[in-house]
Design a protein around this ligand. Structure first.
Ligand SMILES: Cc1cc2nc3c(=O)[nH]c(=O)nc-3n(C[C@H](O)[C@H](O)[C@H](O)COP(=O)(O)O)c2cc1C
Ligand SMILES: Nc1ncnc2c1ncn2[C@@H]1O[C@H](COP(=O)(O)OP(=O)(O)O)[C@@H](O)[C@H]1O
Length: 310
């Protein structure tokens, strides 16, 4: 079982002396998994830990930017748990923390607070105030403290490095299948079902409405989806991501999910929704009837997609 430590929590004795992998781990994609595997192989006798930051540093430095995350903290930690990481050190990325010097980060955080035995990061990792701590600096400091260091080359495919940025682009372009290849699993969002305009049920397609929260906005349109309910049931359905231009040009992008062969009140429940395939772009219809006709077709396309998967 993975144990999570936040900044202000004391680190237990068992969690000291780990091999710690540093990074944001947004998405916990194939490149991240590769990095973890390398370190597990290299230091099989040490507990494996991840040192990560919350919020994502970009969320602090570029507050006005649109949401961009592949995984929020909960989803990232769940994905790391699935990888068998022993400890997650989740550092509260505050303005104070961001102004810590590279020297203090290594001495106070890595050495004194976390007591790491060995650290690892990707080639282009930089840290400390103004990103002043680079790999050369890390190498000389860790050596003087007796901490091991491994720098891992990024995992690549024929189009370059596997990266969170590439996966975000693929989702924004409506390519969930290609995104899943880099991620190593189908991309999903976990969120609580909210109340909407109560219009869905009047056209025979009730939709569970989810806010995207911190997540990147995938291409607006219709997707074939799988849904996990809190009781563990997995269902299939069809979903719309977007602003519903037929009714109003609303300001919030929503993920609206219609579950097939399902008729229960699930307001307030947490769903996990996997975006399996992109079906079509969102558009403005002349009215409810025209929209309904199209949704009937979308539902049939989504069912067809899952049938061909079998
Ligand atoms: C499969 C599917 C496709 C949809 N496509 C569109 C669309 O292209 N344009 C649009 O304005 N709304 C679209 N919608 C959104 C509907 O407008 C929305 O679900 C409906 O208004 C119900 O909203 P409510 O859940 O707030 O009651 C789609 C919904 C579903 C389930
Ligand atoms: N097959 C289904 N798919 C999605 N939600 C359903 C389904 N059957 C019942 N529901 C319930 O109906 C609600 C959606 O109905 P809808 O009329 O679209 O209202 P709202 O605008 O509040 O989302 C969901 O939040 C859920 O509680």
């Amino acid at each position: 079982m993975t144990v999570i430590f936040e900044s202000d929590q004391p680190v237990s004795k068992e969690a000291r002396g780990s091999v710690a992998v540093l990074g944001n781990f947004d998405g916990v994609h194939r490149g991240h998994v590769y990095l973890l595997q390398q370190l597990r192989q290299q230091c099989p006798d040490l507990p494996l830990s991840v040192i990560t930051f919350e919020p994502h540093p970009r969320q602090l430095f570029f507050k006005e930017d649109a949401p961009f995350r592949l995984t929020n903290a909960k989803e990232r930690n769940a994905a790391l748990t699935e990888q068998g990481v022993d400890f997650i050190f989740q550092i509260n990325f505050t303005p104070e923390f961001s102004s810590l010097s590279a020297h203090d980060f290594v001495h106070q955080i890595l050495h004194e607070h976390l007591g790491v035995a060995h650290i690892a990061c990707g080639e282009c990792f930089a840290f400390g105030k103004g990103r002043s701590g680079n790999i050369d600096y890390l190498s000389s400091e860790t050596q003087s403290l007796g901490i091991g260091l491994t720098v891992v080359k990024p995992l690549q495919d024929e189009n370059g490095n596997i990266s969170s940025t590439r996966i975000r682009h693929l989702l924004k372009e409506g390519q969930p299948v290609q995104a899943a290849e880099l991620l190593g699993r189908v991309w999903s969002i976990q969120a609580i079902v909210q109340h909407g305009d109560k219009r869905g049920r009047t056209i025979g397609f009730p939709t569970a409405n989810l806010s995207l929260g911190e997540h990147v906005e995938p291409k607006c349109g219709v997707y074939a989806v799988k849904i996990a309910l809190p009781d563990g049931q997995i269902r299939i359905g069809v979903a719309n991501v977007g602003y519903r231009p037929t009714f109003t040009q609303e300001s919030e992008c929503r993920l609206e999910v219609h579950l097939f062969d399902f008729d229960q009140d699930i307001y307030g429940q947490e769903l996990k929704v996997w975006l399996h395939a992109f079906i079509r772009a969102e558009k403005r219809f002349s009215g409810l009837e025209e929209l309904k006709e199209q949704i009937v077709k979308d539902a049939s396309d989504a069912k067809e997609f899952f049938n061909t998967l079998k």
